[in-house]
Ligand binder design. Structure first.
Ligand code: C5P
Length: 226
């Protein structure tokens, strides 16, 4: 069976949420991070999960997290998302076939999306959960003046999980990760073929205060709440 490891960056400062420790915020009766981990822990191919937490949280992790599942480990994150992912990848076992990266801030990811992405990576390519753009997108200069309107039909939002053959992701991260806002960009840069997997858009990143309201409503509508 394919051996899958999961790297979960959860060391953000929560700046856009007013400094809230987002992974531990409760949504529908459970922490955001627990919602984000459950669909991975439910996949029997997942043999290890490493969560990158802020320094304070990794020094004193919550009891529910350490008790959640024997496959879950914790490392101290870094100054950027990329640095946190790099540390989590380093802490995963070395004999994996596939590595998935999933933002702790995406509590709505479905088991079907997780499985579909792992299937693509197990077959040798990269996979990124996301959805086609529904809004027209603009590129702008530093002052906000539009400089181009790319054709919407070929634009997608990139979410997580982002899942790759393990050796490809390790090579991608070895080539530097400082400016990357996602993992696929690094894999693309070294020539890995990556495809988008449609998650239906129901996989938001809990980033701003109103995202909490939306995520909680979606969890409850799915019957995943108290
Ligand atoms: O900042 P951004 O929204 O891209 O964060 C995505 C994910 O990366 C979040 O789950 C956040 O906790 C994590 N992150 C991290 N270490 C950082 C910055 C962000 O693990 N230094």
């Amino acid at each position: 069976m394919t051996r899958v490891g999961v790297a979960v960056p959860a060391a953000g400062s929560g700046r856009r949420m007013g400094g809230v420790r987002k992974p531990f915020l409760e949504l529908a009766g459970r922490p955001v991070l627990e919602h984000a981990l459950r669909p991975f822990l439910a996949d029997e191919r997942v043999v290890a999960v490493v969560v990158a937490l802020s320094t304070a949280d990794s020094d004193d992790p919550p009891a529910w997290l350490t008790a959640l599942d024997p496959r879950v480990g914790i490392v101290e994150g870094g100054q950027s998302r990329g640095a946190s992912v790099a540390r989590a990848i380093d802490a995963l076992p070395h004999d994996l076939d596939v590595i998935a990266v999933h933002d702790a801030a995406r509590p709505l990811v479905s088991p079907e999306t997780v499985a579909a992405c792992i299937d693509v990576a197990a077959a040798g390519d990269g996979a990124v959960a996301g959805c086609p753009a529904v809004d027209t997108m603009k590129t702008v200069d530093a002052e906000g003046w539009i400089d181009a309107t790319p054709a919407r039909a070929r634009l997608w939002h990139a979410h997580t999980p982002q899942v790759f053959p393990a050796d490809a992701l390790r090579r991608a991260y070895a080539s530097g990760h400082e400016d990357a806002t996602d993992d696929a960009a690094l894999a693309e840069a070294i020539g890995v073929r990556v495809r988008m997997i449609d998650d239906g858009g129901v996989n938001p990143k809990v980033t701003r205060p109103h995202d909490v309201v939306v995520a909680e409503a979606l969890l409850r509508a799915r019957g995943d709440g108290a």
